[in-house]
Write a protein that binds this ligand. Structure first.
Ligand code: HPA
Length: 236
């Protein structure tokens, strides 16, 4: 047990999928895994361990924003030996070539700041995905025929952004989408020598202002979960 995770040692798999929303963790575990057991309920941040095609997997909520994700990912890595950590979440589209429902696989994650800023200080560290996971996810998405984009995303500290000029600069520099967690996931994976990736579904759009209708969410989010699972165990 850690401060924020009630699981016993061994109850968390080496592969962890991280949706922001704990109820989405429950839905994904019940939908895609077999022999599911709930391994965390502390503060309502649900975590579940089960199997997918015979492989053990944990699906655990990260909460919203990098400070919350940092708590869970630090504990998953240092106390439970998580080796492969894949964020599955939603993002806002930032290019007209990116549509609502598309999947974005985040090669890099730009930010104004992350919880790691205190240790990087004047260095602009470049948080990036694990290449083999990235390639496997892109291959899985292509095989499924899911419209998918691979490139840079923006990890923001705010959902209600009072600085539209920042989004404009991101759009101008080809950033595909905005979310609030991936940059710190990539920082922590780099620090601890683990594999990390973010696979995102475009749920709303900053340019077209389109939003994913509630009834479409399950199917589109399901594609993202299966791409993440296929990437995690590709070649195994
Ligand atoms: N901004 C930040 N995070 C998000 C967004 C957004 O527009 N959409 C989904 N996650």
């Amino acid at each position: 047990m850690t401060i924020h995770i009630g699981a016993e040692p061994g109850q968390i798999a080496e592969t962890v999928l991280l949706p922001g929303d704990p109820y989405r963790a429950k839905w994904a575990a019940q939908t895609f895994l077999k022999d599911v057991e709930c391994v965390n309920k502390v503060r309502g941040m649900l975590g579940f361990t089960g199997t997918w095609n015979g492989h053990r997997v944990t699906i655990h909520g990260s909460g919203m924003g990098m400070p919350s994700l940092s708590i869970y990912v630090n504990e998953l890595i240092t106390s439970y030996n998580a080796q492969t950590l894949i964020r599955i979440g939603s993002c806002g589209g930032m290019q007209t070539s990116v549509n609502v429902r598309d999947v974005i696989i985040a090669m890099t994650a730009t930010s104004l700041s992350t919880p790691s800023r205190g240790i990087f200080r004047d260095i602009n560290f470049a948080p990036c995905a694990d290449y083999n996971l990235l390639r496997a996810a892109a291959d899985a998405a292509t095989a499924r025929g899911t419209p998918t984009h691979v490139g840079g995303i923006y990890s923001s500290d705010v959902f209600y952004d009072e600085r539209p000029d920042l989004n404009e600069q991101m759009i101008r520099h080809g950033i595909l989408g905005v979310e609030m967690e991936a940059a710190e996931l990539y920082n922590l994976a780099a620090r601890h020598g683990r594999r990390a990736l973010a696979v995102l579904t475009v749920s709303d759009h900053l340019i077209t202002h389109e939003a994913l209708p509630a009834e479409d969410r399950e199917k589109t989010f399901g594609d993202m979960v299966e791409i993440a699972l296929e990437a995690a165990f590709s070649g195994q």
